[in-house]
Design a protein around this ligand. Structure first.
Ligand SMILES: Cc1cc2nc3c(=O)[nH]c(=O)nc-3n(C[C@H](O)[C@H](O)[C@H](O)COP(=O)(O)O)c2cc1C
Length: 189
């Protein structure tokens, strides 16, 4: 049991050449500057869920498979979440929807922030995700940063060249949403 509430920072792209993990790591470092809570990266590529294969609806809380029970424990251990989300064809990645759909009560009432990114930011992915999080009865932060990745920020392989320098303008919004999460957990819990 943590002395402080734990925030799970979810890496929602599982592509082998993803930039999501670097961005999530950058978010984690900003969160750790804030102190206050315990922060943990949760990489959906490591979680490794299959497509939803439980026979009963997750709202029943009856799980048959070990992978679901393990995912339930991991999510239950967190008091809140930061979802780091690329925009894919104006939506958000399928592995994230699958991971959300696997559980139900484990998400409910918990504060959640969305940090999206894409060449035009990730506003359209965020709008779709907000509706889903509302369906799960989560409490979304007011600030949900959408990070615009300009062509010159990435190399020929699509990897970020200098995240510290290029993402510096986004840092205040990310710090703001982390501050909102902390407030929701410590004041309005
Ligand atoms: C399937 C797919 C769809 C994409 N659709 C969009 C999009 O709608 N808008 C956008 O700005 N970028 C889009 N992109 C570009 C991504 O923002 C960019 O590839 C980013 O690196 C993806 O995140 P990831 O590397 O962490 O998976 C798309 C990329 C992929 C792979």
């Amino acid at each position: 049991m943590d002395a402080q509430p734990r925030i799970g920072i979810i890496v929602s792209s599982t592509r082998p050449t993803r930039i999501c993990k670097n961005i999530a790591q950058w978010v984690l470092e900003i969160a750790q500057e804030h102190g206050a809570l315990v922060y943990q990266l949760i990489d959906l590529a490591d979680v490794g869920l299959p497509f939803l294969d439980e026979p009963l609806p997750p709202a029943t809380g009856h799980y048959q498979h070990e992978h679901t029970k393990a995912w339930s424990q991991q999510v239950s251990a967190c008091a809140g979440f930061i979802l780091v989300v690329p925009q894919y064809n104006w939506g958000y990645p399928a592995p994230l929807k699958n991971a959300l759909d696997f559980l139900y009560a484990e998400w409910a009432s918990k504060p959640v922030s969305i940090v999206s990114y894409g060449s035009h930011g990730g506003g359209k992915a965020t709008e779709q995700l907000k509706v889903v999080l509302q369906g799960l009865h989560m409490r979304n932060t007011v600030t949900n940063p959408a990070l615009s990745i300009a062509d010159e920020m990435v190399d020929a392989e699509g990897q970020l060249k200098d995240i510290t320098t290029d993402f510096a303008p986004f840092k205040p919004d990310v710090a703001q949403t982390i501050g909102e999460l902390v407030t929701m957990l410590t004041i309005f819990a």
